[in-house]
Write a protein that binds this ligand. Structure first.
Ligand code: HEC
Ligand code: HEC
Ligand code: HEC
Ligand code: HEC
Ligand code: HEC
Length: 345
């Protein structure tokens, strides 16, 4: 089952986007080093990359419905500064610079020079600083690894996302993030700027391997191991999770037993700091580790004796939690990773 992403609040084609939002800013493009270093200028001269970026979660980082509902609950400049780095973070409205989300310059411009991670290329009208491809993950670090903004109140800073640390611990630490997230386009020796991840069922399924066993009539054991994934599964936003579940099928009458679910995630609750202040804290983390260590889930299912049992593994993008009960969370998107039925025992 695939529930599609909440509708973006944006026009659907790059042409409309350019016409509506960028025309006024672009004008006739002067070719000199100061004027070319804006995202709107990059878009005009690099339409192939721009078209891919336009579809990507980077471009929609500020405008997409999930972020807009989250920022409505927690309206902080801290959040806007990273989801729309080219806009004024104190302004809540969706302004033209905010519509660019994470634009070209967020990754490519450093000290007034365009950075390329390719060893060579044709002449360009702007200066290019060439860096080794292996170093490209440095540019991801500033946004994909960060702490909650209340570190001053805590005994230790709490990471809101820690994908880069997880990457360093993974079997794929030697592969830069873009080896997996920028798909190679063989015909053009070019890598895609779509940055596929949690919206791609094929990619999500590549990230984990699942084995299910029934050692005796009332025990079900599920083992999950990291697949071709360069960090914990799942990583990223703190509300990403995997639902694993089993349910007894009472044959004949089409009846089913209770559904037993568990959630593999970073689990948060409140924690008291040594100052006495009570803040959100991470209670435990039972995601599938990046290191390749197995995550084993064991159920005791008394009602299963003599019956078959169905099982499933779902990846879920949780928008927000409505209560302490994880089953009542508001889920924005689900991808079924694996499912099956274990025969009666
Ligand atoms: C999230 C970071 C990020 C953003 C945003 C981004 N790029 Fe890139 N871009 C990269 C990386 C990393 C590479 C190198 C990929 C590789 O290893 O070959 C790259 C490669 C390129 C290349 C070299 C040729 C190619 O496509 O491989 C061009 C040109 C380029 N980007 C232009 C753009 C333009 C124009 C935009 C905005 C529309 C943009 N980029 C947005 C990270 C980014
Ligand atoms: C006036 C047109 C123009 C503008 C504006 C422009 N570029 Fe380029 N750029 C080129 C041309 C032409 C090349 C060389 C041919 C190619 O690689 O596409 C180039 C090359 C590049 C490369 C290197 C590709 C390689 O060979 O490694 C990158 C990366 C890049 N541009 C990114 C950007 C970014 C990011 C911006 C905005 C800050 C930008 N460019 C603005 C025209 C432009
Ligand atoms: C300026 C900040 C910034 C930089 C730099 C940046 N990202 Fe992102 N990235 C974001 C934000 C914000 C989102 C979330 C967009 C959303 O879904 O709202 C995102 C989303 C993504 C996603 C999609 C995640 C999903 O759930 O599907 C991938 C993959 C990704 N980034 C990889 C990278 C890689 C690889 C690099 C380095 C080459 C990079 N990013 C650089 C801010 C950044
Ligand atoms: C060996 C391949 C590989 C490497 C290297 C890799 N990733 Fe991923 N990434 C994946 C796969 C597969 C998924 C989808 C499975 C998943 O959801 O975790 C994914 C998912 C994501 C997501 C979406 C959140 C999630 O877990 O659903 C983000 C954000 C992300 N990666 C960022 C990064 C960043 C940043 C780096 C580098 C520090 C990186 N990735 C390195 C394979 C990789
Ligand atoms: C330092 C950069 C940074 C800051 C600050 C930040 N985020 Fe993000 N945010 C990201 C990245 C990177 C992702 C993509 C990770 C993923 O997809 O799992 C993301 C993903 C999200 C998502 C998931 C989007 C989707 O489509 O599923 C939401 C919602 C979100 N952030 C809300 C917030 C809110 C609210 C704040 C402030 C409390 C905030 N972010 C602060 C970088 C940031």
């Amino acid at each position: 089952m695939l529930v599609t992403n909440a509708k973006s609040l944006m026009p659907t084609s790059l042409a409309t986007f350019l016409a509506v939002h960028l025309a006024a800013q672009c004008g006739a493009l002067p070719i000199d080093d100061t004027a070319v270093l804006t995202t709107t200028a990059c878009i005009r001269c690099h339409p192939v990359q721009a078209q891919e970026w336009f579809q990507s979660p980077h471009r929609t980082a500020f405008t997409e419905a999930t972020f807009q509902s989250a920022i409505a609950i927690e309206p902080a400049a801290f959040c806007r500064g990273c989801h729309a780095p080219q806009a004024d973070p104190t302004v809540a409205e969706i302004t033209p610079p905010a519509r660019l989300g994470v634009g070209c310059i967020s990754c490519h411009v450093r000290e007034d020079r365009v950075v390329s991670w390719k060893p060579s290329g044709p002449d360009s009208p702007h200066t290019i600083e060439r860096r080794p491809r292996a170093s490209s993950s440095e540019v991801c670090q500033k946004c994909h690894e960060f702490v909650f903004p209340d570190s001053a109140l805590r005994d230790e800073p709490l990471f809101m996302q820690l994908t880069v640390t997880e990457h360093a611990q993974s079997k794929f630490a030697a592969e830069p993030c873009v080896a997996c997230h920028m798909e190679a386009k063989p015909d053009t020796a070019h890598r895609s700027h779509e940055f596929l991840a949690s919206r791609s069922p094929a990619m999500v399924r590549r990230g984990v391997r699942v084995e299910t066993e029934r050692p005796d009539a009332t025990t079900i054991v599920m083992t999950l191991r990291a697949g071709k994934v360069g960090h914990a599964f799942p990583t990223g936003d703190l509300f990403r999770r995997v639902e694993v579940g089993v349910q007894t099928i009472i044959e004949g009458e089409g009846e089913t037993g209770p559904s037993r679910t568990q959630y593999l995630a970073r689990h948060f609750g409140t924690q008291m700091q040594s100052s006495g202040v009570v803040l959100r804290g991470e209670l435990h983390d039972n995601r599938v580790p990046a290191t390749g260590e197995p995550r084993v889930i064991r159920w005791s299912v008394p009602e299963a004796a003599g019956h078959s049992v169905r099982w499933w593994v779902d990846y879920q993008r949780v928008a927000h939690h409505t209560s302490r009960d994880p089953r009542s969370a508001f889920v924005d998107g689900t991808i079924r990773i694996a499912q099956g039925t274990l025969p009666a025992h």
